[in-house]
Design a protein around this ligand. Structure first.
Ligand code: UDP
Ligand code: MG
Length: 309
């Protein structure tokens, strides 16, 4: 069976948001013409969300639960949503109602105009810390600078995608994922729709600084070689500098200057270059670790309960 619209929501410990989420999605979607489903991907919740999802699915046939065997992360949960969604249109959104379901009709309207990816642009963000907004803004700008894919600024994963796009994304099985980058990478006709990002309905953010950093690394390594090339640039710079320095130092010595004699100068130079080399090794390590993960070829996620139909 296929449906017109699939709303995909990753869930990680969102017990206090589930009822309100389903209620508002139901309200919005029953006003839209066409059949729909709400794919709730439980990403190894430990707060009882899993039981509530099963119950919601029993009460409302629109709800299709996909339950993971453990926590695999937000990006992987979105991927499972792509895999299980049956809709001709797939909408991804967060469970905490920061992405208001009421925006979905606007996204659908753009799709009807012929756009295949309609991403929601955060015109305003409520109830988020100054630090979160600052790091997020910096992140988007760095990504924009150094990656080859022109990802739209200030957009999250909240977006609508046509079946054509989802079918392409389903073939991209990379382990360290950045879904919003992937959905920009595929091309097609894309457009943004501005919206007000609300404050969380209930619960706390599941994205501490550490996870944001990890996501940023996935985004950079997944779409750019820039960090690898940086080592080359610094290497050329240092080599050029030392070649220039040789005649200068010889001339100064012959002229009787006693500059650059001390141990301190040597030590600083050695420590600096040692640092640069270790950082370059670390960058290399990031890429090699990712190659290793790909080589293992493990499944992206493990589902303990798949939807029955
Ligand atoms: N989430 C998930 N797995 C995780 C972390 C988060 O499925 O390991 C879900 C979470 O339940 C929510 C969405 O991803 O639906 C976005 O998370 P959150 O609202 O905490 O991120 P923020 O909006 O603070 O960036
Ligand atoms: Mg949120």
């Amino acid at each position: 069976m296929t449906v017109n619209y699939s709303i995909v929501v990753p869930i990680y410990n969102e017990l206090d948001n589930l009822d309100e989420l389903t209620r508002r999605v139901r309200e919005v979607m029953s006003a839209a013409r066409g059949t729909w489903e709400l794919v709730l991907v439980d990403d190894g919740s430990t707060d009882g969300s899993t039981g509530r999802i099963r119950e919601l699915a029993r009460l409302d046939k629109h709800v299709r639960p996909v339950i993971f065997a453990r926590n695999f992360g937000h990006q992987v949960a979105i991927t499972a949503g792509w895999d299980y969604a049956r809709g001709g249109v797939v909408v991804i959104m967060d469970a905490d109602l920061q992405d208001p379901p009421e925006v979905i009709p606007d996204l659908i309207a753009k799709w009807k105009e012929g756009f295949e990816v309609v991403y929601a642009v955060r015109a305003e963000r409520e109830g988020e810390t100054w630090f979160k907004k600052m790091t997020a803004s910096l992140f988007y700008r760095i990504i924009h600078r150094i990656t080859d894919v022109k990802m739209p600024m200030d957009t999250g994963d909240f977006r609508l995608m046509d079946r054509k796009v989802v079918d392409v994304l389903k073939t991209m099985r990379e382990r360290h994922r950045f879904p919003r980058g992937m959905s920009a990478w595929v091309g097609f006709r894309q457009v943004g729709v501005p919206y007000r990002r609300a404050a969380r309905h209930a619960g706390v953010t599941k994205y501490p600084f550490k996870k944001m950093l990890k996501l940023a690394l996935n985004a950079i390594t997944g779409f750019s070689y820039f960090p690898l090339q940086l080592a080359t640039y610094v290497g050329f710079g240092a080599a050029a500098l030392s070649i220039l320095a040789i005649p200068v130092v010889i001339a100064m010595r012959l002229a009787g200057h006693s500059a650059f004699l001390g141990q301190a100068t040597t030590l600083i130079a050695v420590l600096f270059l040692g640092g640069v080399q270790l950082i370059s090794l670390g960058v290399l390590g990031e890429y090699i670790g990712r190659i290793y993960d790909e080589a293992k070829g493990r499944p992206l996620y493990i589902v303990s309960e798949a939807p029955k139909d």
